[in-house]
Ligand binder design. Sequence first.
Ligand SMILES: [Zn+2]
Length: 255
Amino acid sequence: MRGAIAVLLAACLGACASTPPRNPLAQWHGSPNHNARSAQLIVLHQTEMDSAQAALLTLRTRNAQGRVSAHYLIGNDGRLYQLVSEDARAWHAGAARWAGLHDLNSASIGIELDNDGHSAFSEPQLQALLRVLADLTARLDIPRHLIVAHGDIAPTRKHDPGVLFPWPRLAQAGFGLWPRAVPAAPPPRFDPWLALRVIGYDLRDPAAAVRAFHRHYRASEGDAWEPEDAAILYDLQQQLLQLPPTAEPMATPSL
Ligand SMILES: [Zn+2]
């Protein structure tokens, strides 16, 4: 008898452990037609610390400014560390907005680059970044152009990675949104603010958004429009408007 109870208890515990959270307001009619949610974009950071070891400590413990983390950290020597599972929500973006998304931690993979904020990014580190970007975009079906800076998504608070980050290097390898070699001339009534919004920038602080755009695309940090900006913005906007719609990964053909 005691044995039978033990078996029943074990079966119940097993079932309970595998029961997914269900809303008591609804009747459960489970469907097998689903898969795990995954990230939609990749956010790059620079640690602004003296070493990868110091960054590892900050990203794995409490610290004075609050607890932070990232999915990956890439050392200056090219070593790749993973700190958080890709299906979990690392705390790297903070208050941020991009292309209408508000909860960027839920929507993104965060990659920290070991860099003090004043030095060039090393070749081994960039090679490791390109390798992991190729892996993540392929494996998680993240569109290759959706690689942005922390400074892009939080323009009033953040400025990483800074102006030394080589976005053209990423573009040569097919990552990130980048103007084509010969951008088309913008039409006479072209609206640069609308283009910034189409790219994804939050315009609640317009000067901060222009500064973030300049940091990313011009390696400068001015917050006033410059004559060359319109052609770059028009080209980026046109590229986005011409992108094919992103395909949903599906196991079988469906509706
Ligand atoms: Zn950051």
